[in-house]
Design a protein around this ligand. Structure first.
Ligand SMILES: *Cc1c(COP(=O)(O)O)cnc(C)c1O
Length: 409
């Protein structure tokens, strides 16, 4: 998006504000589907947790996407957005059997990632088809917080537990209709990904009536200039070829499924915040903005890099800044960052603010969560209002201590 569009959105809706460019989401979706155009049945299930605004979910529905969900609440948001339950897959980790049963009864495809729940679910509901999440133990990314396929990971059923898994399936008579893996967040090496896929194909041969194979996500998007990203086109070409060969070998046609979050929405997002104070110390210049890790926690949580631009003074001379928040904790967005000269009142724009930004926001320091705006067909649409005091107080039960009654525990 153009700087002047972002500035006018911040002027109109206030700061800080999240802005999402619908056209970028659409073009990412198209890019992914084009890369796999030769697959007969391709299914994209957008990972709701990346950005769960209902208007974004509706946009995904318009594009033909399904949804990947990790909680019953995300399922309900998907239904609210108008998705048919059959277009939703539930891929939770560590949730209760009761929650899984409730979601299954809504008609949502469930994906089970441990043998204990698989055995209990299969015993009670042998007729409900189930997808299984396999952990192929392939280290896809570098960061162990976001790589979930390795040996110590809590995600998935270990590929080495296949004999036990098969025994459960046989004993319960349950129907496995899909097989799934989600190795981590960053696929940089397509050979590594294809190696994990090969493990999944081998596992798939144990089941005669599969309808789909779900390769999860892990598409890496660039955060910095010159950052490596997953080569979707190469992945498309190579995995398609292997998938088509596997279908022949397997003897029936299958749906190839992906569940991208970041890839679809990260680059579409901009977070615009205002500089409250420029503070020169003996060691640096701090630019303190009207936000903090309550709104954008990735830099502090994962050490993630978000490109920051001064959109009020894009052509100014560059200086080095530490960009920090207004939260009473250390909340550094960037250290020693080269940014065009910053004055108090300037608007800073954080790039790649679509995925895992608003959806991780909180009310810490009793601050309101920001507004969200969708840029669509040349217009700015408010898709979430900024919170107010009413929102902060909504669920609080205020005790009256003047009535010395039994209700004061
Ligand atoms: C988080 C998650 C995704 C999405 O991951 P991205 O890196 O955002 O694409 C997909 N599948 C599952 C099971 C997930 O938990």
């Amino acid at each position: 998006m153009e700087n002047n569009q972002l500035v006018s959105i911040a002027n109109r809706f206030g700061s800080p504000v999240f802005v999402y460019d619908a056209h970028r989401i659409i073009s990412q979706y198209d890019r992914l589907t084009k890369a796999f155009a030769k697959v007969d049945q391709l299914r994209i299930n957008y990972a709701v947790k990346a950005l769960s605004n209902v208007s974004i979910l509706k946009l995904m529905k318009e594009l033909g996407s399904g949804l990947d969900t990790v909680s019953i609440q995300e399922v309900l948001l998907g239904l609210e957005a108008g998705f048919e339950p059959q277009r939703i897959i539930f891929t939770p980790n560590g949730v209760s059997l009761e929650e899984i049963i409730e979601v299954a009864h809504m008609g949502v495809q469930i994906n089970i990632d441990n043998l204990s729940i698989l055995e209990q679910f299969g015993t009670q509901f042998p007729k409900i088809p189930v997808c299984i999440r396999i952990n192929p133990h392939v280290m896809a990314g570098g960061n162990s917080n976001i790589s979930v396929g390795h040996i110590d990971s809590k995600f998935g059923i270990s590929i080495h537990q296949m004999p036990h898994l098969l025994r459960i399936v046989e004993n319960t008579g349950m129907h496995i209709n899909g097989i799934h893996m989600h190795t981590g967040s960053d696929i940089l090496d397509i050979d590594v990904f294809l190696y994990a896929a090969e493990i999944l194909f081998n596992a798939a041969k144990n089941f005669t009536n599969l309808e789909f194979i779900d390769f999860g996500s892990g598409f890496k998007v660039p955060y910095k200039k010159d950052d490596i990203e997953t080569n979707i086109e190469e992945l498309g070409e190579r995995l398609t070829e292997r998938f088509l060969a596997f279908e022949k070998e397997y003897g029936r046609s299958l749906t190839l499924t992906f569940e991208p979050g970041k890839f679809l929405v990260s680059q579409a997002g901009y977070f615009v915040a205002k500089v409250n104070v420029v503070k020169q110390t003996t060691s640096t210049i701090f630019a303190g903005i009207d936000s903090g890790f309550n709104h954008l926690i990735r830099p502090m949580f994962y050490g993630s890099y978000h490109h920051i631009e001064n959109i009020s003074n894009p052509d100014g001379k560059e200086r080095f800044y530490s960009v920090v928040g207004y939260i009473c904790e250390t909340d550094t967005f960037a250290n020693n960052r080269r940014i065009t000269e910053i004055k108090e009142g300037d608007l800073l724009c954080f790039h790649n603010a679509g995925a895992y930004c608003f959806s991780m926001a909180s009310n810490y320091n009793s601050r309101f969560r920001p507004a969200e705006v969708l840029w669509y067909e040349g217009k700015a649409h408010l898709i979430r209002k900024r919170e107010t005091m009413k929102d902060l107080l909504k669920n609080q039960v205020v005790l009256d201590f003047s009535l010395q009654e039994a209700n004061v525990v």
